[in-house]
Design a protein around this ligand. Structure first.
Ligand SMILES: Nc1nc2c(ncn2[C@@H]2O[C@H](COP(=O)(O)OP(=O)(O)O)[C@@H](O)[C@H]2O)c(=O)[nH]1
Ligand SMILES: [Mg+2]
Length: 464
């Protein structure tokens, strides 16, 4: 084993600020601290000290200093913390002094990785720390906080422990094939209890992945696509909701050709609102190849979005036909331009659409004006209500990353393969069960897979 280095990082945001927090972790954290301040403060007691570079007499700053001897620290190692003044020159002087004292700059995620390696947290908790730092909405913060407290990791660990238990039972059958009594007893046990246990596990996994991606949506944002015929005011609406000119608005149809996204906070959740190219009304085809590509992208986006916001021009009721068959239950429609035309004709047109509107839950139709802003408060409220419903209030900690989803799905597939083999191909079944346990172990980091660790911790910021 290589000897561990002592690392340091500026853990607060760089730049001008009231305070700059430097953290040091590693076997020589105490020595590094002694090289900069004297005397070393009492453990876990903040002390005021002048801070010098090693060998210098002139202090470069004054700081609140903490000495945190391991193993009861975040990383499990000896740690020190210096709360200096937050100037750039101070941060540079501190960086040089710490390097002169023998500490090395930490790579992104190095502190969290040491905490993981010391068994202070599992991988899902480490990921939750990164999510908490990145959280922009209340929903993201709440979810990250829950995951950080270990609920999600505990679920995967429980499943894995149950699997290891099943594997142990299956192996009894494999190891004592000729010892009739043992094998028969174990075999009978397998046929009832074990199979029931596996089925329960499989059902739990199914419920966990069939969560409509709630957790991932909260973390990555709810995708809302604006769609409708050309010139109905889709880009104007996006700009209104974003409260800035993100998309070009023009009289000429076909102005918006690529998908334009803005981020909104609604109902405490992140919403990624996308403006798209206008869809041809029934019976018309797009003008050129670029417009056709724009329409293709618009339809693809609408297809994968969590929610579609259809727009119809009150003065051109026929624009409703562009939405036919493209909306799903729970979607919203805005009859736009009510400042220049009454919505009644467009509304009856919308209800006449043959397909796509007779769905459950029903599509909500609102009227308003992207030009004046009339009616858009109700639209925002309706959007917020939909997003809140999609975010739900799951009691069980939700799956939050594609990494977890893929691993659970792999485990689930291995279980499905194992089940029919339990009776007469126990060795193959055991192998599949081991694969399943391993997939679950990868989520929490219970198996030592260096490349997974590198991938997870590379997404962290320095000083975490
Ligand atoms: N009177 C009126 N005009 C609007 C309204 N919304 C958009 N427009 C106009 O309709 C035209 C097309 O708007 P745009 O947002 O580019 O539509 P898009 O093609 O659907 O993205 C522009 O001239 C807008 O100024 C509205 O609520 N009322
Ligand atoms: Mg547009």
């Amino acid at each position: 084993m290589t000897t561990r280095t002592t690392i340091f990082a500026l853990s607060s945001a760089p730049g001008r600020a009231a305070v700059a927090v430097f953290r040091v972790s590693g076997p020589d954290a105490g020595g590094v601290l002694d090289a900069l301040v004297s005397p070393r403060p009492k453990p876990r007691t903040a002390a005021f000290r002048r801070v010098r570079a090693p060998g210098e007499t002139e202090p470069f700053d004054e700081a609140l200093v903490l000495w945190l001897p391991g193993p009861k620290t975040e990383t499990g190692e000896d740690m020190a913390e210096l709360q200096l003044h937050g100037g750039r020159a101070v941060a540079e002087a501190a960086t040089s002094a710490l390097i002169a004292a023998g500490a090395v700059p930490a790579r992104p995620g190095a502190f969290a990785r040491r905490a993981f390696e010391a068994g202070k947290l599992d991988l899902t908790q480490a990921e939750a720390i990164a999510d908490l730092v990145d959280a922009e909405t209340e929903g993201q913060r709440r979810q990250a906080m829950r995951q950080m407290q270990g609920g999600l990791g505990a679920t995967y660990d429980r499943w894995r422990a149950a699997l290891l238990d099943v594997i142990a039972r299956v192996e009894v059958v494999i190891d004592f094939p000729d010892e009739g009594d043992v094998a028969d007893a174990a075999g009978r046990g397998l046929a009832t209890e074990t199979v029931a246990l596996l089925d329960r596990l499989a059902a739990e996994m199914d419920a966990h992945v069939a969560d409509a991606r709630r957790g991932e949506r909260v973390r990555d944002g709810f995708q809302v696509a604006i769609l409708g015929a050309p010139n109905v005011g889709k880009s104007s609406l996006l700009n209104r909701l974003a409260r800035r000119d993100a998309a070009i608005v023009a009289d000429a149809p076909g102005t918006t050709r690529d998908v334009i996204e803005v981020h909104l906070g609604l109902a405490g959740q992140l919403v990624v609102l996308a403006d798209t190219a206008g869809l041809a009304e029934a019976g018309r085809s797009p003008g050129d190849a670029i417009e056709a590509e724009g329409v293709r992208r618009a339809l693809a986006r609408a297809e994968t979005a969590d929610l579609r916001l259809g727009v119809v021009d009150a003065g051109r009721p026929e624009t409703a036909s562009a939405l036919a068959g493209r909306l799903r239950g729970g979607d919203l429609v805005l009859i736009n331009k009510t400042d220049s035309a009454a919505p009644a004709a467009a509304e009856s047109m919308i209800h006449k659409q043959a397909q796509g509107f007779h769905v459950e839950p029903p599509i909500e139709v609102l009227a308003g004006s992207a030009a004046t802003g009339a009616g858009l408060e109700s639209l925002e409220a309706a959007l917020a209500a939909r997003v809140a419903a999609l975010a739900g209030t799951a009691e069980a900690p939700p799956l939050t990353r594609a990494r977890h989803r893929l691993a659970v799905e792999r485990a689930r597939e291995a279980l499905a393969r194992a089940r029919p083999r339990l009776g007469d191909a126990a060795e193959l079944a055991a192998e599949d069960l081991r694969l399943a346990a391993r997939a679950l172990g990868e989520i929490t980091g219970r198996v030592d897979v260096e490349e997974i660790l590198d991938r997870v911790f590379a997404g962290f910021c320095i000083g975490k």
